[in-house]
Write a protein that binds this ligand. Sequence first.
Ligand code: AR6
Length: 168
Amino acid sequence: MTMIRIVRGDITTLEVDAIVNAANNALLGGGGVDGAIHRAAGAELLAFNRSLGGCPTGEARLSPGFKLPAKWIIHTVGPVWHGGEQGEAQLLASCYRNSFKLALEHDVSSIAFPSISTGVYGFPKEQAADIALAVMREYESRFETIIACVFSEQDEALYLQKMKVSND
Ligand code: AR6
């Protein structure tokens, strides 16, 4: 049975087959988790991603992990929150689904996600956690480990509460 685990800390340190990056459409790095991943993976990541030619919002692209412990990085582009009437929820769910699909195509059995769109892109954290966990449940039987990697104590508490509610 798959475990959906909540891990608090820096996603770049996780020893999993693939980590997911909350990137932007250019895929050429940025702040937040994207910046941390580019720094930890090294300059080869930027060079590789230039060859990808960007990524539309809601889709996902694969790169090697380069200097990371993870073999792969799945770059997905979350929606910028504009109030919720512009398909943000569907786009966020697509990020998780398309990341899982790409992972399955590359025989990934352990995968870690950051809390996509909930930083600079401003997606409300509670709704984002509901979407993340719902799509993780859809795919859980096809992976050995799925990690929801949270960065703050507040996010950890939110995910633990959501997991508890859905397990009760
Ligand atoms: N490990 C795990 N989670 C992290 C880490 C880390 N090292 N660093 C930050 N987080 P954000 P977005 C959490 O802003 O909202 C970038 O500039 C953070 O606390 O990284 O999707 C891109 O280039 C938050 O919960 O991503 C885009 O332009 C979550 O990761 C834009 O930001 C996502 O926050 C994407 O914005």
